[in-house]
Design a protein around this ligand. Structure first.
Ligand code: MG
Length: 156
C-alpha cells in the first residue's frame, strides 16, 4: 500500500525551525500548536494514509493542550505503532521539503537518520529531498514551508 501526506506551516521570525526531527538554526521558524515539524506531520499523514487510518488532526487535535509544544516524533511513534498493530511494516519513505531558506543540504543526512530511527528503517529506505519555490508564492516569500511525503507499507 502507498500513502501520501502533505503539510504546510506559516513561518515567523523568532520561532524554532524543526524539520525532520532536526532543529535548524534560522531567523524564522514555524507557527504551530506542536513543534511545527512539517516533514514529520506529512510523514504521519502518509503512514496513516497507507492504511486509511484517518489524518493527523483526528489523532492529535490541535485544540488538545496535551500536544501544545509537543515533539512531533511522538506523533510519528504513534503512527508507526498503528502500522505495526495492523500487522504491517514500512518499506520506505520519501520526503520532499519546499522552503526558500535556510539551505537544507547540511541537515538532510541528520533528518534521514532521525526518520530512519523513528520508523525502524535502514537508512537506504529513507529519502529526504529539498527544493525552493524559486522565490514564487508564499513559500518563495518565506511566509511558509511545505512538505510532501510518500511511503510504502506492506503486510509483515
Ligand atoms: Mg502540521
Amino acid at each position: 500500500m502507498v500513502g501520501f501526506g502533505f503539510d504546510v506551516h506559516r513561518l515567523e521570525e523568532g520561532r524554532r525551525l524543526v524539520l525532520g526531527g532536526v532543529e535548524i538554526p534560522s531567523p524564522h521558524g514555524t507557527v504551530a500548536h506542536s513543534d511545527g515539524d512539517v516533514v514529520l506531520h506529512a510523514l504521519v499523514d502518509a503512514l496513516l494514509g497507507a492504511l486509511a487510518l484517518g489524518d493527523i488532526g483526528e489523532h492529535f487535535p490541535d485544540t488538545d493542550p496535551e500536544w501544545k509544544g509537543a515533539a512531533s516524533s511522538q506523533f510519528v511513534d504513534h503512527a508507526v505503532n498503528l502500522v505495526r498493530e495492523q500487522g504491517c511494516e514500512i518499506v520506505n519513505v520519501d520526503c520532499t521539503l519546499v522552503l526558500e531558506s535556510p539551505k537544507i543540504l547540511p541537515y538532510k543526512q541528520a533528518m534521514r537518520e532521525r526518520i530512519a530511527e523513528m520508523c525502524g528503517l535502514a537508512l537506504y529506505r529513507v529519502s529526504v529531498k529539498a527544493t525552493t519555490s524559486e522565490r514564487m508564492g508564499y513559500v518563495g516569500r518565506r511566509e511558509g514551508v511545505h512538505a510532501f511525503v510518500i511511503c510504502e507499507v506492506r503486510e509483515a
